[in-house]
Structures are given as C-alpha cells and as structure tokens.
Design a binder for this molecule. Structure first.
Ligand code: GLC
Length: 425
C-alpha cells in the first residue's frame, strides 16, 4: 500500500515536470511557484537527487538583483492564468511576479543536503546556492523589517502563501478597490468558485499589484508605501528555520560569515516571535504593523510558528491546541479553527487542510519532542490521500478533495512522509 501510494505520487510529480521546473498542477497554475518548488524538491530527492537540485536552482536563477526571490516565474506564455506578466509589469527578460513567498528553500536545501547519497554533487550544488539563499534572507531583514524589529512583514496576502486567510479580513478593509478596472479571473474556470477567494478579495489583490507596479517595484519603497503590512508568525517561522538551516550548512561548507549572520537573524527572530503570542487564543497570531495590533484570528499561521525553535512551553501549548482542533474535525490540521464563525471547510485557506503545512507543523512538533501530535498529523495526512487522492486541499470534516487535482506538492509530501516514516512493527 505504501509503495503503491509512493508510486502514484511519483507519477504526479513526473506529470507536472517541465524539465527544469515543475508546475503546481496542470491548468490552474501553469508556471513555477516559489515555495511549491522548494517543497516539491523534497519529493524528487527520494528518487532523483539531481532533479531535486535542478528544481531549486531554476527558482534561484530568477532571483532579483536586490535579493528578492519572486513568487511566480512565467517560463512560458499561458493565458489560462490571471494575473499574468502584463499585469505585473516587472520588466524582466523571463517575466516574474513582483512579490515573494515563504522562504522555505533554505530548509529544503539543508534537508536534501543532509540526506544526499551523492555527497560530491550535494556539496557542489549546495555551495553554489548558499550565497543566493542568504542574499534573499538579507533582503527580507533589510526591506521587510526596516525598523529592525527581528520580524518581517508581508505586503500582499499572496506572499504568505495563505491567500484568503481570515487573518487578512480586517486589514483588507483598508485596501481600496478604486480604479482597479475590469479584469477576467481564470482560476474560477479551472476550479469550483466556491473553493476559491471571492471577487471582492480579488479586486484588492489586484489593487495592491497595481500600486506596487506604480512604484516601479522598488523594494526600498514598497514596505512604507503599502496599506497592508502584516507580520505573519508562520511566515516568520519558516524564514527563521531557513536561517538556522543555512547557518548549519554554512558551518559545514566553511562559510563563517554567512553562518554568523544567519544565526543572528534566527536568534533575533525567535526572541521577537514572543510578541506574537496571543494569550486569548492560546497560540501565536498575526500582528498588523499598520495598526500596531495583534489580530484575533485562530488560523494555522499561528500554529506553523512551531516550525522554528520556539520555547518548549510554547510548543507544548501549540500541541495542546492542535489536539483541541482535532476534536472539532476528522482530519488535522484545519487552516482555521472549525469552531470559529468564519470557518469554511472548503474555501481555500479558511478551513481546509493542506499537506505542506501539515508537514511543516509535524516536523516542528517532532523537533520539540511532541511525538504523538507529530504522528497524528502525519497519519491524518496519509488517510486524506487514501480517501481522496492528490488534491490541492481537503475539507477537514469530510475529506472532500478541493481546488486543483494531481497536485505536485501534495504528492511530494506523501513521498516525503511515507519514505521517512518507520514501517509499523
Ligand atoms: C495558491 C496557494 C499558494 C501556492 C499557489 C500554487 O496561490 O495559496 O500557497 O503557492 O497556489 O500552488
């Protein structure tokens, strides 16, 4: 059974492989996405190490001169997706979007490196990637944390990777829609509109894109000019974890300056995370930098914080929180608290379970010694696949498969989880 699932997952990766990068799924997402690629590389690494390195190299080859790594790379024309290169207008030879995504690449590279059987290839390829990944991290702490707080802000919900989370609802009230003009969404012709963000949200997404474009995508200006500046605990935890992993890798590869600065970023970030602890929710939550307030939204962003080395009392509280959520749903970890009024079990990031987030939370739980929660999340993830195939996301109460099908990073997580789990005795 396990091997059968691994084989099916591998076939999904191979189907979505475009040679030097993979698409998240055919149709709905026809280009290369940033954190999809990093996490998908983990899946490739189990059967083709060279291909895993290539995935990450292709992503990093499109890094901007200032260090930013864009969230989409438009390798080929495809008008089945909106907003395409003409809307972003970033003026690059190979067009890209102008915003970024969770920086999970440092973590992925370290993991692939640690497990690599071809040591010479791993050393060579990791060594070449290291300064690029570090430059991305430096960009974050320079341009997305200009006041030096230790935590970076996202300027667009798409940067979080959790596009329509309840977390952004209040702040989105401040994002105007004036002058956005007419546009034609494409996502709703590939997937059920009930599973996708609303038109109102889309207008605001596009307003922000147009606003940043009008500032020439100058990252020195965008942070202060954005009406949306959000400090997301999950996003920061991923960056912090990647900084720690880059530090260890840099030690190993003899790059002491990169190691030292990366370790300092991580230490400062972990200390600053404490500011995001939300006592009333019993978990971390987002902080709205524009209003200076914590947001009372019980989303998975606050649980994903466990992906970095938070204090053990916090990890324990997160484990307890996940156990509580498990009682309100059949499958952990719902992307929003099922008992909250905003919960919607099939609408994208407002309730459904996503395997990539499950993987990262379970990894953090394992690192913190919370083994039963780690195992519960992994088992639930595999049960979802057995019931409903390789979907983009799943209803945590019914296991209904939602969004796109044959999804690359879902398949990659299945390979990763099953290949690293011990066989039951
Ligand atoms: C959606 C998700 C985002 C992902 C992208 C491609 O926009 O919210 O996290 O990277 O699809 O799969």
């Amino acid at each position: 059974m396990r091997q059968d699932l691994i084989d099916q997952a591998r076939a999904v990766l191979e189907r979505n492989d475009r040679g030097s990068y993979t698409v998240p799924t055919h149709g709905l997402y026809p280009f290369q996405w940033n954190w999809d690629s990093a996490l998908s590389a983990l899946g490739f690494a189990h059967f083709d190490e060279a291909r895993a390195w290539t995935e990450i190299e292709t992503l990093m080859a499109h890094q901007w001169e200032d260090g930013m790594v864009p969230h989409i790379i438009f390798h080929q024309n495809d008008d089945g997706y909106f907003p395409g290169p003409d809307v972003w207008g970033t003026q690059r030879d190979v067009p890209t979007s102008g915003i970024t995504q969770p920086a999970v690449t440092g973590f992925a590279v370290r993991r692939i490196f640690d497990r690599a059987s071809d040591r010479a290839m791993a050393e060579r390829r990791a060594r070449a990637l290291l300064p690029r990944i570090h430059a991305w991290h430096q960009w974050f702490y320079r341009d997305r944390d200009p006041a030096g707080t230790g935590l970076v802000a996202i300027l667009h919900p798409w940067e979080s990777g959790r596009d329509n989370s309840v977390d952004w609802d209040d702040a989105f009230e401040r994002v105007p829609t004036d002058g956005v003009g007419e546009f034609q969404r494409r996502d709703t012709s590939h997937a059920n509109p009930e599973h996708r963000p609303t038109d109102e949200q889309y207008k605001r997404y596009i307003w922000l894109v147009q606003h940043f474009r009008s500032l020439g995508w100058d990252n020195a200006k965008l942070h202060d000019a954005s009406p949306f500046q959000m400090v997301d605990p999950g996003f920061n935890a991923i960056l912090i974890r990647s900084c720690s992993d880059v530090a260890d890798l840099a030690d190993h590869l003899g790059e002491p300056e990169i190691a030292e600065q990366s370790r300092a970023f991580a230490a400062k970030g972990i200390a600053a995370m404490e500011k995001l602890w939300n006592v009333s929710l019993g978990q971390y939550s987002c902080y709205d930098r524009s209003t200076g307030k914590l947001i009372d939204s019980a989303s998975i962003g606050g649980l994903l914080a466990a992906f970095c080395a938070i204090p053990s009392a916090r990890a324990k509280a997160i484990a307890a929180r996940i156990t509580t959520l498990a009682n309100a749903a059949r499958f952990t970890v719902p992307s929003h608290d099922p008992t909250a009024p905003e919960f919607d079990g099939t609408r994208y990031w407002r309730g459904p379970v996503w395997l990539i987030v499950n993987y990262m939370i379970s990894d953090g739980m394992g690192e913190a010694g919370q083994m039963s929660v780690r195992d519960r999340i992994r088992d639930d993830s595999i049960r979802l696949i057995e019931e409903s195939g390789f979907a983009e996301y799943y209803d945590p109460k019914t296991a209904e498969p939602c969004g796109g099908g044959s999804f690359t990073w879902t398949a990659a997580m299945v390979i990763e989880i099953l290949s690293t789990q011990k066989e039951p005795a």
